[in-house]
Ligand binder design. Structure first.
Ligand code: HPA
Length: 250
């Protein structure tokens, strides 16, 4: 993995990435508007890492208002080839517990009203990308290998359901997603993955479970306090996984 430009897109609980050397900041501009934040650029081993917090530096941008096109475009314009995205999720499959790490293998998109393509007709091009396997297998395997060296409870497959937010789902919505085959649910995984594919960038997601999804913990109400506690503890594991992965020659 020498001299490849790698981007990490941080989600809730990960607005900053520690451990980078020779850090600089760059403000990116794109034809689609401003990315969520200035880019933090630094070295980890032999790789240049570009970090972008999806929700902004102070977590001020809700999932449905993230400028996904600007975020992906700016990374492409900087020569990024590989994107590792981070996302917090609720668990639908009862085998998945808070603080577990899931490296999803598939996704289902329930979002709406988001700018979801670069091929929107404005550039007089009609293009249909192949998206049968939305996550790049080689990147998934790198995450799995790194996570496997740590104590974190790891699930090497999963079906990520992307919902619109910002509200959480109803129990009936979660039952429907379950019937569809979804195993984890989050609000930011799409259209990000598809936009990366449109620009021919490799993309994988590392997901931290932070709550049982709606209706999956009896009558309990989903507690924001619990979510924040799991985010704070679990994102440390996610950072460790990146440190191990980026310092392992690939
Ligand atoms: N639903 C949607 N997004 C989420 C959840 C959830 O339960 N938990 C964390 N992100």
């Amino acid at each position: 993995m020498k001299n490849i430009k790698i981007a990490i897109i941080g989600g809730s609980g990960l607005s900053q990435l520690n451990g980078l050397k020779d850090i600089r900041r760059e403000v990116g501009r794109t034809p689609y508007g401003d990315p969520s934040a200035p880019l933090t650029i630094g070295m980890q081993g032999e790789n240049e890492i570009i970090f972008l917090p999806r929700h902004g530096l102070s977590h001020q941008i809700p999932p449905h208002q993230v400028n996904y096109r600007a975020n992906i475009w700016v990374l492409k314009s900087m020569g990024v080839e590989q994107i590792y995205a981070v996302g917090a999720t609720g668990s639908i499959d009862p085998a998945l517990k808070p603080r577990d790490i899931v490296i999803p293998s598939q996704l289902i998109d329930y979002t709406y009203g988001r700018e979801q393509t670069f091929y929107d007709g404005s550039n007089a091009m009609v293009e249909h990308i192949d998206f049968s396997h939305p996550y790049t297998e080689a990147l998934r395997q790198r995450l799995i290998a790194a996570a496997g060296t740590l104590k974190a409870s790891l699930h090497t497959k999963g079906v990520y359901a992307a919902t619109q937010g910002p509200r959480l789902e109803t129990a009936a919505e979660i039952d429907r997603i379950d019937r569809d085959g979804g195993t984890i649910v989050g609000m930011t995984g799409m259209p990000e993955a598809a936009l990366a594919r449109e620009l021919e960038m490799q993309y994988a997601l590392i997901s931290l479970v932070v709550n049982p999804a709606a209706g999956r913990d009896g009558d309990a109400v989903i507690s924001m306090q619990d979510i924040v506690a799991h985010l704070n503890a679990g994102m440390k594991d996610v950072c460790r996984i990146f440190e191990v992965m980026l310092s392992t020659p690939g």
